[in-house]
Design a binder for this molecule. Structure first.
Ligand SMILES: [Zn+2]
Length: 361
């Protein structure tokens, strides 16, 4: 058998026309991960594609992804509380995506302005000609130049097409690549597991331009930002990045989990890398909770002004009463709103945790 060829069963979903492909020769049915339709495999659906050089295997199973999703639902502060009752997670899909590994060294020079807050004393005079001294905080900008150099090794998606949603495509960038995860590709690693596989349809060059360049720029900028001293405020950041590739891209198959689900006829998603390191997704939002929290935060912010106005009004009656009222109202509102926001979020979280516990027993 030719080891440079990967034999796939490939067919178009009868319902949504997505391309489905598997490495398993003996599969007779393929369920579409996008719409759930079960498609029959007939004899004429085989396709040979170039085999990848290396593969990163799944370190997680479907129940790990399920647990990840449930924890994700609990962790989202504004997720609707009936998410566990209303949402059905069908069509949970493990997929191998084609990605090029780009390795090498980059060298970036950058320039920017760094802002530092400074307190200055301003001497002036008041209406009656007396000298006054005022404190004023100003931001002083100083130019800063530097170089950022490091090795890079990251994976970029070698596929373009409607089989991968934009969220999933973007998410592939965050795959936490480490050399220890990869191994030499062997077709036997894929058989009998029901993985969806996408063969690559972008070459090294096209993938580099579509994803690689911006990923490398991002890495070099992150390193530059970490080097800038006292850099709480940075503006006019410009950088010029050159790179020296060690390989011009080695083709990998990289494991991911994804699921698309519905709530009130709206579509949401959860994605996880096949190692189980990172999870990402969207959930239906409880608009009332968002509004309640926003209003409380507003009240907390305006509390100082409410206190000042009340203080001034009371000042004409009694100085000490005014002062006490001012402090009590200002601090009271500040702490009350902060406590109330925390309590709203926590109560909602407890409801979701309980629903999750009920589900898993
Ligand atoms: Zn389909």
């Amino acid at each position: 058998m030719d080891s440079n060829v990967l034999k796939l069963i490939q067919l178009k979903c009868a319902n949504c026309n997505s391309t489905l492909s598997r490495a398993d020769k003996f599969e007779t049915q393929i369920k579409c991960p996008y719409c759930g339709t079960v498609n029959e495999v007939t004899g004429t659906m085989h396709q040979d594609v170039a085999a990848p050089e290396r593969i990163i295997l799944f370190k997680t199973q479907e129940n790990d992804f399920d647990t990840g999703i449930c924890n994700f639902f609990v962790d989202q502060d504004y997720a609707v509380n009936d998410i566990f009752e209303k949402v059905q997670l069908e069509n949970v899909t493990p997929i191998y995506l084609p990605m090029y590994l780009y390795e090498g060294r980059y060298d970036a020079t950058y320039s920017c302005s760094v802002g530092q807050k400074e307190t200055q004393l301003r001497v002036g005079s008041d209406f009656s000609g007396n000298k006054t001294v005022k404190e004023k905080t100003v931001t002083k900008w100083t130019p800063y130049n530097g170089t950022a150099r490091d090795n890079y090794a990251f994976l970029s998606l070698a596929f373009e097409g409607k089989e991968i949603t934009p969220e999933l495509a973007e998410w592939t960038r965050s795959f936490p690549y480490e050399p220890v995860y990869g191994q030499k590709f062997d077709i036997n690693l894929l058989s009998g597991k029901g993985f969806q596989i996408l063969p690559h349809n972008l070459d090294r060059e096209a993938t580099w331009h579509k994803w690689g360049v911006s990923t490398l720029e991002y890495l070099s900028e992150q390193l530059a930002y970490s080097q800038i001293p006292g850099g709480q405020q940075i503006r006019d950041f410009r950088s010029n990045c050159s790179y020296d590739p060690k390989h011009d891209g080695r083709l990998f198959l990289v494991p991911f989990w994804f699921v698309y689900y519905y709530y009130d006829n709206k579509q949401f998603f959860v994605l996880m890398d096949g190692l189980g390191k990172n999870i990402h997704g969207s959930t239906p939002i409880d608009e009332k909770r968002v509004k309640d929290v926003r209003n409380l935060e507003k009240l907390g912010k305006w509390g100082l002004w409410i206190a000042i106005i009340l203080g001034i009004v009371l000042m004409s009656v009694h100085f000490l009463t005014a002062l006490i009222a001012f402090v009590v109202i200002w601090l009271g509102l500040k702490f009350f709103t902060r406590w109330k926001v925390g309590s709203i979020i926590k109560t909602a979280r407890n409801i979701r945790t309980e629903a999750y516990n009920k589900l898993s027993h």
